[in-house]
Ligand binder design. Structure first.
Ligand SMILES: NC(=O)c1ccc[n+]([C@@H]2O[C@H](COP(=O)([O-])OP(=O)(O)OC[C@H]3O[C@@H](n4cnc5c(N)ncnc54)[C@H](O)[C@@H]3O)[C@@H](O)[C@H]2O)c1
Length: 273
């Protein structure tokens, strides 16, 4: 997609972080925006600034893990703009550090609902409308944790590996059509996402300390992430890595598939101590 001017972009999780930064950059580049988030206050803030940046904006609160919410948000976006050219399936949550034995099934279901079903619903509901456009794109946000397995992050890694599988399969399915399909693997981006993990840690002092150490690794700004993503979409780079650590993890899993987890455990222990 050479230019975003006059394109209509749907963004989920637009009330904060990477989704918000994508909205602002697209607004500056002349796109119209259909924005959604479960957090109404965050969404309002993004809408107001996007409008001051010159964008036409439609917004609606919705929960991406509920199919009816996604269907009615897409339908209302189409009603408002007449068409959509891009969807950024960006909404996501993290859990705190927990082993498989500590994790409960409701915790698994919650993260699968947002991080995986949210991406499936958004992609499937938008696709028939994207296919009508001369050029269109699905941009799904996975993670560096969708490339490498990480201890005590099983649900997050499971959803982000699944987003990668879903997205790369959809890319193959859409080859030869007007719909481009991108998978994004950010490294550590300085957003509100670690707050989810902190909430999860509750009063557990050790876990809170670990999350605080982890937060320090979120080194890149959401604006940088948005810029890398949108530049890659213009260049048709379908696998989008953000940050040096994303390149390192990607290389490590290919160079030492048998042993990279040992290196990750060693690195995590060093960081957390
Ligand atoms: N921050 C990082 O280091 C990092 C790294 C890799 C991948 N990611 C991914 O990037 C994406 C954006 O995260 P972020 O870092 O900007 O976090 P963030 O917490 O700043 O933003 C996520 C947004 O998603 C919204 N959201 C959460 N659950 C939702 C739901 N059920 N329905 C609708 N909206 C919902 C939140 O309200 C929030 O506004 C996520 O998919 C995340 O997994 C982030």
């Amino acid at each position: 997609m050479k230019s975003f001017k006059n394109k209509v972009a749907v963004i989920t999780g637009a009330g904060s972080g990477i989704g918000r930064a994508i909205a602002y950059q697209l607004a500056k580049e002349g796109a119209s925006l259909a924005l959604t988030d479960i957090n109404e206050d965050g969404l309002k803030e993004t809408v107001a600034k996007s409008e001051t940046l010159g964008a036409k904006v439609f917004s609606k609160k919705s929960n991406v893990s509920i199919l009816e919410d996604v269907q009615s948000f897409i339908a209302d976006s189409l009603q408002n703009f007449g068409y959509i050219d891009m969807i950024f399936n960006n909404a996501g949550i993290a859990l705190g550090k927990k082993t498989l034995l500590e994790l409960t099934y409701p915790e698994w279901e919650k993260i699968m609902g947002v991080n995986l079903w949210g991406v499936i619903y958004g992609s499937k509901e938008a696709l028939p409308h994207l296919m009508k456009r001369p050029e269109a794109a699905v941009i799904n946000i996975s993670s560096v944790f969708g490339i490498a397995g990480i201890p005590e992050q099983l649900p997050y890694c499971t959803t982000k590996f699944a987003v990668r599988g879903f997205t790369e399969s959809l890319r193959a399915e859409m080859e030869g059509s007007s719909v481009e399909v991108y998978c994004v693997h950010p490294g550590g981006i300085n957003t509100n996402i670690a707050e989810d993990a902190l909430k999860d840690a509750g009063d557990d002092v050790k876990k809170r300390k670990e999350v605080e150490s982890f937060k320090k690794m979120l080194a890149h700004s959401p604006e940088r992430a948005a810029n890398v993503i949108l530049t890659a979409v213009k260049k048709k780079n379908y696998k989008i890595l953000i940050g040096e650590e994303a390149y390192l993890f990607d290389w490590m899993t290919r160079a030492m598939p048998q042993n990279y987890t040992k290196l990750i455990n060693w690195g995590m222990n060093k960081i957390l101590s």
